[in-house]
Design a protein around this ligand. Sequence first.
Ligand code: AMP
Length: 303
Amino acid sequence: MTLLVVGTVALDSVETPFGKADSILGGSATYFSVSASYFSSVRLSAVVGEDFPDEHREIFENHKINTKGLVTLPGKTFHWKGSYGFDLNTANTLETHLNVLAGFNPKLTDEEASTPYVFLANIDPDIQLAVIDQLKAPKFVALDSMNFWIENKRDALEQAIRRVNMVVLNESEAREFTGYPSLVKAAREISRLGPEAVIIKQGEYGSISIFKDEIFSAPAYPMENVYDPTGAGDTFAGGVMGYIARREDVTSNILRQSMIVGSAMASYNVESFSLERLRKLDFNDVVRRYNEIKRITVFEDLQ
Ligand code: AMP
């Protein structure tokens, strides 16, 4: 089944305790689409500037991601600069330059608007709403967001949340959006706005979900070496939605499996800067890590 993603394609500058890199490929839709492409066919809707290098476009092509909706506008590509300390769970945003994103107004083709599975990756919630308005009978729509939009466009974000089936946020965003320190309460509060599924990501500690009132806790894969956590959340979401689109259904069991797939994909992504590791996986790598997560979290009944 096909999956449409709308989000950012970026040129990032990232600094971690292990190195730094400038003007590398990033963006919420980039990590999401490459991750999801291991499970379903993906259509990408995003904007770049005239400075966007051809070698980056090849990464989408190599993953058979449909880039008819990747628009080029005069100006510079969206640029995010962030750094991480030894607590690799928290990104410090140093700079956000919207550049061509400020003029992005996605017009979906009939084909894109009829895509059954849709992910509104982290981007301006007004753009998320504009996309929702164009969808024709979608089966399952999910969205992600970020503190930047919670702080600058809260009303639009809340409207968008009311119109999707699933919300994926990280723990600090869920707390900031709801005002609840408890993640379970925060997830329930978001669910009350409409979505039947809410996933809250907790970085290296995994994620929790509430689906039709049922709680699930998914572990992250315990990594010995994390090089760059940028994009882990989007890569996780790509695994989740890619797997849902592959199974063409959302049940409690499929959602649980999809979160383990998300953990497996994210664990590969953090092994390198940008998409260097993520783009070179094969399906057996995914299966191996999925099974490993299962093996290390299975336990028997209390005797
Ligand atoms: P993650 O680490 O999963 O939260 O995603 C990091 C990616 O999100 C980076 O590659 C950035 O280019 C992108 N990003 C950062 N800030 C924003 C923003 N305000 N809106 C959309 N995408 C962003």
